[in-house]
Write a protein that binds this ligand. Sequence first.
Ligand SMILES: [Zn+2]
Ligand SMILES: [Zn+2]
Length: 287
Amino acid sequence: MIVKEINDIKRINLHLHTNVSDGSLSPKTLVNKAREIGLDLISITDHDTADAYAQIPENVSPLRILPGVEISSRYEDDDVHILAYGCDLTNKALQEMMEMYLVGRKERAKKMISILADMGIKISLEEVISVAGSRELIVRPHIAQVLVKHGFCQTKNEAFDKYIGNNKPAYVPKPEVSVAEAVSIIHKAEGVAVIAHPGKLTKLSYIDDFIPMGIDGLEVWHPDHYQWEIDNLINIAMKNGLYMTGGSDFHSEQDKHNLFDIIPLPEIVIQSIKELWKEYQCRALSR
Ligand SMILES: [Zn+2]
Ligand SMILES: [Zn+2]
C-alpha cells in the first residue's frame, strides 16, 4: 500500500514558510496553492513553530504533507537551522523548546527595540507584535517592516544592513539551543533531523561534527546552493548514510526564493525523500 502510493510522488517541496513565522501566505492559502499547481508532497517548516498545522484542512488529498519545523540552533559562531521532519508534534520536549523560542524571541525584540530607541529610532513593541500576528512570534523581518513603514529605512534589507542584521548595532542574539540538544529533542519526538541549507554554514566541515551528534540528513537542494555544493553534499550524505532532502525555502511571492512549483531535485534526492516519507508513515502508524 505504502510502496504503491510512493511511486506517484514526483513534485516535492520540503521547505516552505507561512505567515505563522516570517512567510507571507497563510497555511491554508499555501496548501491550496500547492494543490492547485499539483505538488505531490510538501512540508511546512516555519521557524520554531508548528502552529501552521492546526490551520490546514484535514483532507488535502491528493497532496501529502510531511509535518515539519525549522528549528534554530547554535554551533560555535554559527546559526544552524535544523529541519525536523515527521515529529510527533504533541511531544512535550518539542513543545517546550518551541515555547522557549516564542517567549525568548519576544524578549529579544524588546531588547532590540530599546537599543534602537537609544539610537533615536523609536518604534513600539505593540506595532511589531501587530505585524507578527496572533501568535506573537516575532522575527527580525517584523521589526524591519515597522522600520520601513516609519521611514527609518527604505527596504527591509537596509534595516538588516544598518541595524538588526547579525553583529549590527541593534542586533541581539536569539535564545540558544545547541545543535546536539536540538537533535536529541527531535529524536525524542520521533522525528528526523536534517541540516537546513548546509551551504550557508560558516564551514562545511561542521557537518563532520554534526554527524556524531546524530543528524539524519542534509538539505542537499536549496536555491542558494551552487551545483558544486549540491554534488558535494550528495557525496557526504551517501558516504554517511544520511537522508537527502530539498526545498525552496519559500517565504513570499515577492522575494528571490519565490520557487514554489519548479524545483529541480536530482533523482537521487527524490528517491531519498521517498524513503523518508515511507519511514515517517511507518512511525506515524505505530503512534
Ligand atoms: Zn533557514
Ligand atoms: Zn527556512
